[in-house]
Design a protein around this ligand. Structure first.
Ligand SMILES: [Zn+2]
Ligand SMILES: [Zn+2]
Length: 382
């Protein structure tokens, strides 16, 4: 599609160069920007997004260490297809049929998953694409404007025969557009297309930067939203139950007060002020609730506080995890090796069982984490 678009751009716009507004260098620059974009596209679509394999136990446990379960949006889970205990932030992609670390989304555009290992490729591709689209839009404007200059259209005047007034044609945008569409229909369409593409890519890229700033993946956005809805529903239900109980209690209190009033006429002067005060307070409370409920659309609004996002480690650390995930993974591996070595030294020569115990510990303390095959395997080594 990109190549087809470029061929159209070439035959309808670049072939018009040079003209008074743009020289021939733009042919080289335009071709280079398309080549860079295509190269990064191939790079992103062929890159490994961060496949997690059960066979590579060391990397798997390093992912577990780097992204431990938060038991909020990431409870313990096993992937039956890949036969592994899934680290937090990872997901099994059904299209690629593999578990991907820090899964962001499966991109139909590059026909590949975007995950921990190739988010940087994807971002580089988006940046190059944005530069290409912006440049393409500006260049289309320059080429078309230059062509109009070469044809002397900018110097044309419009004459209103009724009033005799003479107006330069460039002051009437609709007339200029008419000329452009008649002379260069494909060129105008290409320029518009590039403009729309620029806006779209800008939106995509800004969204990715937003996610980076809040330490979430696209997939986690859905999970946080679902958790929020679930918590809101639970809180609303609790509030309703509480209100019903309060209503019952106040009705019972009012009945008791009424019967006490009827039976104790004599003592009313002494204690009446207090009970009347209470009743007024109770009715005011009810009115207040109704009024608030009316404002909030039938039900009083409840607020819930979401648990902390433990994967948000500040903008720069989030960015570093995207740019060089290997560094952090290697750190975790080294830590695990140190722990294993220390355990082996403490056991006094039981190096093999020490490593097995360390890996088992990292895999999560849930018990069923490793899946049947892995559990059997670890039992054997123990
Ligand atoms: Zn899987
Ligand atoms: Zn995928």
């Amino acid at each position: 599609m990109v190549l087809g678009g470029f061929a159209l751009y070439w035959t309808n716009l670049l072939s018009l160069l040079p003209n008074p507004w743009a020289d021939k260098d733009h042919i080289l620059l335009g071709t280079a920007s398309v080549a860079v974009s295509l190269g990064l596209f191939l790079f992103a679509s062929l890159s490994d997004p961060g496949t997690i394999r059960a066979s590579d136990a060391e990397t798997l446990s390093a992912w577990h260490q780097l992204y431990p379960l938060d038991n909020a949006i990431w409870p313990e889970k096993t992937c039956a297809t890949c036969n592994l205990s899934r680290p937090a932030r990872s997901k099994h992609c059904r299209i690629c049929n593999r578990c991907v670390a820090r899964h962001d989304h499966h991109c139909a555009w590059i026909n590949n998953c975007v995950g921990a290992a190739n988010m940087r490729h994807f971002l580089a591709f988006l940046v190059a694409n944005l530069a290409m689209c912006m440049y393409g839009t500006v260049l289309a404007c320059l080429i078309l404007g230059g062509e109009m200059e070469a044809r002397g259209v900018w110097k044309l005047n419009l004459v209103n025969y009724a009033t005799g007034r003479v107006v330069p044609m460039w002051r009437v945008p609709s007339k200029m557009l008419e000329w452009l569409i008649v002379l260069y229909p494909v060129g105008v369409a290409l320029g518009l297309f590039m403009g729309v593409a620029t806006l779209l890519v800008t939106f995509f890229l800004s969204y990715q930067f937003y996610l980076l700033a809040v330490g979430r993946t696209q997939y986690e956005m859905f999970r946080w939203r679902d958790l929020h809805h679930q918590m809101l529903e639970e809180a609303e239900q609790q509030q309703e139950e509480r209100e019903a109980a309060e209503r019952e209690a106040s009705a019972a209190a009012a009945a008791v007060a009424a019967s006490a009033q009827q039976s104790e006429h004599a003592a009313e002067d002494a204690s009446g002020a207090g009970s009347r005060g209470k009743r007024i307070a109770a009715s005011a409370g009810k009115q207040g609730g109704g009024w608030l409920g009316w404002l909030g659309g039938g039900r009083p609004k409840v607020k819930v506080e979401l648990p902390k996002n433990i994967y948000h480690r500040g903008f720069w650390r989030n960015a570093a995890e995207i740019l060089v995930p290997e560094v952090y993974l290697e750190q975790e591996k080294k830590k695990a090796r140190r722990v294993a070595a220390r355990a082996a030294a403490a056991a006094g020569g039981g190096a093999v069982s020490g490593t097995a115990a360390a890996t088992e510990k990292q895999r999560g303390s849930g018990g069923s984490a490793g899946g049947k095959g892995q559990q059997r395997g670890s039992k054997k080594t123990q």
